[in-house]
Design a protein around this ligand. Sequence first.
Ligand code: ATP
Length: 253
Amino acid sequence: MSEVDVPDSHPRYESLLTRHRIEEGVEKGITSRQGLIAQGRGEAFDYLLGERTIDSAEGAERAAAAHLLLADHPVLSVNGNVAALVPAEIVELAEVTDADLEVNLFNRTEERIEAIAEHLREHGAGEVKGLTADGRIPGLDHERAKVDADGIGDADVVVVPLEDGDRAEALGEMGKTEIVVDLNPLSRSAQVGTVPIVDNVIRAVPNITAHARELQGQPETELRTIVDEFDPDTALEAAERAIRDGDVDIGEQ
Ligand code: ATP
């Protein structure tokens, strides 16, 4: 038995675990109530994808790993859903790719940023950025524009799982390489990402880490080839096709 009291052989195990973690996140004050709605939306898309990593997402995860290894200053953005769902996994990805972690919230409160930073530290994080908020993303209203100048403000590659469309667009306009994780291939975030990963963050983050481990030590030319061969439009089309045409076969419901 597991943390959600269902055997991990249960066909909906991952989905139940995800809900349980988000609920706990809300109880602990790290996930907002809006986060519950985002979760519900994501779950519906994941159901249609068959709750699996499709091939095009696997390719995107590999390209994301190559980008992170090539980056001068990679930053992983963490919101309340990410902190609730994959705290240890995002800390591990930061370690393997030598990236900074920065808390970045849609509904920003210092209290929640502090709670998320503490939650990440409990899962092994060292420094967590996000509280200094001395940088701004141009084109967004005051609260939504805040970032750390030496974090996301200075990053060349940012991973933004479950980012809202406005901010994803504005970050792209700053010239940053944006790796988006979003189960909806039609969302604006996925559409503007340099590397859109249409997969559940629960599967995507450990997969990027696994690819980064495997690619570590590869010559730069090899990493550049992986980056150059990735085409976001092809990946988004493949994801949309999988959702529209796929057979849903994930066991009894
Ligand atoms: P946009 O402004 O980009 O069009 P939106 O308004 O649809 O986005 P939100 O309601 O903020 O976005 O929802 C967040 C997005 O995160 C949704 O597209 C949802 O599918 C996705 N999402 C939710 N949970 C997960 C998850 N566990 N893994 C990956 N994506 C997720």
